[in-house]
Design a protein around this ligand. Structure first.
Ligand SMILES: Cc1cc2nc3c(=O)[nH]c(=O)nc-3n(C[C@H](O)[C@H](O)[C@H](O)COP(=O)(O)O)c2cc1C
Length: 392
């Protein structure tokens, strides 16, 4: 058990080895499943549990610290990386009540086959006394599931927000020691998990304004002793603001599209626009997702394969569409040999992105002088749009 404040301990597990989350999200730095134990004068509460893979560690931590009684298990979120050990904790502490809001309770009954009788159902604004300490519950939905709520420990001014403000980072540090080092993992986590819900996140941030928060203890990654740092970062990421920045993900089989990308990226740079080129054959999802938090414009580049887009470009389009970025402008560039529906297919695949489409540039085989001139025109059009949006 690692102490975070008087009678408050971190009892979860560090997962140094995990490299993939949800069979999709790369974890270059591993992760942690944070569970917290609060020993009140009268009642003891466990805040969230850990991924089922690490149940043994949580149980060992509790048993070896001599925890003989748990009165409440606060389950903020149905997802198994936090709820997945509840059944095992209940075996050890059968009198414990699982504290959840109505939505989360229903979800836990479905996902974990828990029984209604296991629960103490709370709603927003409810408080629960531990004797000398008081838990207050705040609904913070869509971070990143609909049922998620947070707990504010009134006397200690600690917020336990579950995934909200989290980061996938395996570290022996309980607290954030270096803010610039946590910024990347926290932004990556926001981009991959939270960014589609930025409107709801803005609502949640607004709701938290009335709480005097001195510490944020999320369910992944280290604890923030300076909450302002991560709250300010979230406010920026979740805003609709974009930067003078173009994301240029591409794939090319025989270099036609690559030549276009090389020329076009230089053309944008010459005009004062920041560009990131992503080769889709080896780019990892986290980098794409992080770019989408800032990019004013996405230009997706693909050759034609079997009438449509190259599957790697299709995968990128599918992801962009799912993440619903705040990107304001979009275009497509690429190449074909004899007949193509690549542009229609890719724009159709990104229909959830509410961005203005700027005239695509498609070449037959290698780009010609005429095609390069069209790429310059596309760069000019992007600059004009960025200027109109006061980004440069
Ligand atoms: C497997 C394969 C399938 C292709 N299918 C089509 C097609 O359906 N329609 C088309 O116009 N060109 C098709 N092409 C031709 C390419 O789109 C064309 O050569 C293009 O210039 C390649 O761009 P790249 O050099 O960036 O890879 C195909 C090429 C390959 C290798």
């Amino acid at each position: 058990m690692r102490k975070i404040a008087d009678n408050i301990y971190s009892v979860g597990a560090i997962d140094w080895d995990r490299r993939l989350f949800d069979e999709l999200i790369p974890l270059p730095d591993g992760t942690s499943y944070n569970s917290y134990l609060i020993k009140g004068q009268e009642k003891t509460v466990l805040i969230d549990t850990v991924d089922p893979e690490k149940t043994e560690i949580l149980i060992d931590n509790l048993v070896s610290a001599g925890v003989t009684k748990i009165d409440y298990i606060v389950a903020h979120h149905g997802e198994q990386d936090h709820s997945g050990s509840i059944n095992d904790v209940l075996l050890l502490y059968p009198d414990a009540k699982v504290v959840a809001n109505e939505k989360c309770k229903k979800m836990l009954i479905d996902l974990l086959c828990l029984d209604e009788s296991n629960f103490l159902t709370i709603k927003e604004g409810d408080t629960l006394s531990l004797g000398d300490r008081t838990l207050e519950f705040i609904d913070t939905p869509w971070v990143h599931w609909p049922e998620t709520f947070s707990t504010y420990l009134q006397e200690d001014k600690i917020l336990f927000p579950c995934d909200f403000f989290g980061s996938h980072l395996a570290t022996s540090d309980i607290f954030v020691e270096n803010e610039s080092a946590i910024y990347g993992p926290a932004k990556r986590y926001y981009a991959e998990i939270m960014s589609p819900f930025r409107r709801q996140i803005r609502g949640n941030l607004k709701k938290l304004e009335k709480f005097n928060i001195e510490m944020i203890a999320p369910s992944h990654g280290p604890v923030y002793k300076n909450p302002k740092f991560i709250i300010d970062a979230y406010a920026k990421w979740a805003s609709e603001d974009v930067k003078n920045y173009v994301m240029l993900p591409y794939v090319s089989m025989h270099d036609s599209t690559r030549k276009m990308v090389e020329y076009f990226s230089q053309s944008l740079m010459d005009r004062g626009v920041k560009v990131d080129v992503f080769n889709l054959t080896d780019v990892e999802l986290g980098k794409l997702a992080m770019g989408l938090v800032d990019a004013a414009t996405i230009v997706l580049a693909s050759p034609t394969m079997l009438i449509g887009a190259h599957p790697s470009a299709g995968y990128a389009a599918f992801l962009v569409n799912a993440l619903r970025p705040k990107t304001k402008f979009m275009s497509i560039i690429g190449s074909y040999g004899w007949g193509s529906k690549m542009v229609d297919q890719l724009t159709g695949m990104m229909s959830q992105v509410k961005a203005e489409i700027i005239e695509p540039v498609v070449t037959k085989g290698y780009p010609t002088e005429d095609d390069y001139a069209k790429l310059d025109e596309l760069a000019d059009a992007i600059v004009a749009k960025h200027k109109e949006a006061s980004l440069m």
